[in-house]
Design a protein around this ligand. Sequence first.
Ligand code: AMP
Ligand code: MG
Length: 487
Amino acid sequence: MKALDELTFDNRFARLGDAFSTHVLPEPLDAPRLVVASDAAMALLDLDPAVAETPVFAELFGGHKLWAEAETRAMVYSGHQFGGYTPQLGDGRGLLLGEVYNQAGEHWDLHLKGAGMTPYSRMGDGRAVLRSSIREFLASEALHALGIPSSRALCVIGSDTPVWREKQERGAMVLRLAHSHIRFGHFEYFYYTKKPEQQAELAEHVLNLHYPECREQPEPYLAMFREIVERNAEMIAKWQAYGFCHGVMNTDNMSILGITFDFGPFAFLDDFDAHFICNHSDHEGRYSFSNQVPIGQWNLSALAQALTPFISVDALKEALGLYLPLYQAHYLDLMRRRLGLTTAEDDDQPLVERLLKLMQNSGVDYTLFFRRLGDESAALAVARLRDDFVDLAGFDAWAEQYKARVARDGDYSEEQRRERMHAVNPLYILRNYLAQNAIAAAESGDNSEVRRLHEVLSKPFEEQAGMEQYAQRPPDWGKHLEISCSS
Ligand code: AMP
Ligand code: MG
């Protein structure tokens, strides 16, 4: 275990120099105080969780203090936003404080979001409000606990700093951890500004630090792009299997590591709805739940375009062609497991599709359906779940097929079935209304609800005594919350 002043820095991105980022100091928050910290994330830095409660912790992550070895940098990037190219974006309110490596030799970027104005702030104030910081914190840690690759969050620091959105709110900072903060948009920036030398330097940096195994391949850059395609296909398969809607899949929000990144108006599905749009500014549904799959490919094509100086167009096209089949394979594998199946049959895909259609038409809770399906034998479970469906004949037909499929799958006890299914079907997910309740309490100075929700979500597959209220469908007021994009 380390004390706060014992972190070991090695600021590799900062060393790339001023073409890639600008040195900026954080603007401190007034009266910084800890809202919540993640013990699991603290462990990634070998930090003793108790240090989160010390005043110096809030000073460090509230922008008041810096380690001598920190080199605070705002990164430059660009990106395609809602399909259109924006020539210059960048860390408008976030700073890379530095890169730390832990005792296991893993590097972690420390990125402070809400740290004040930078040369890339455009019209913004450089700040983040408490509610959006809490949402990012809860989501990063909850996704990780579900087994979905994501950036992590160390803590949220609250303050008295006034920040103006639709109304006056309070500023906060969230400390994000990731092995890299490089986005698709970093490559697009150097490609469209026609800076081939820096672009090559960036590509070398990513290859050496994050895809070293690709060095051994005959075409290292191509191997790296293929790996990025594969990771994205797997990440998006997990989003779809668990009902996560990102909301702003702009290429500047897509990580080069294939992790879920930059949380805005995201949501987990309550009722299953393939057409669900969680971002209220997304009038055309570009980033609707089911569109996330083709958008994943669209974003990878935008990255491929930026890589044309290094890789032939034919090779890029071939690599892009891997995306959909890989996505489908990962998705089907997960959905089979969610249904409790251990073998594969050709008709599993239509079995899943028919179930989702029935759930869609009846507004069935996506998470609880799968959890309850594993509570008992297939026959007993479908008999109990039947009441949730409007089209009873349709559900009965599906249930007969499902029971027959389960019978062919293998001979295992109810106990084995429950154990296997509960290990992939969470009981607790970050429902918008739960986040909303925790935020309302935190805004009035009570952080206990954020902390409890974080705890519950850190073990989503384990039934936790006294936590039944976190495993319920939303009340009516919580079903279609409008989450503001002004974060
Ligand atoms: P986002 O939609 O959060 O991914 O942000 C898109 C771009 O706007 C990024 O370059 C952000 O850094 C920038 N940005 C978002 N909010 C603010 C803000 N309050 N102040 C300055 N820049 C911001
Ligand atoms: Mg962003």
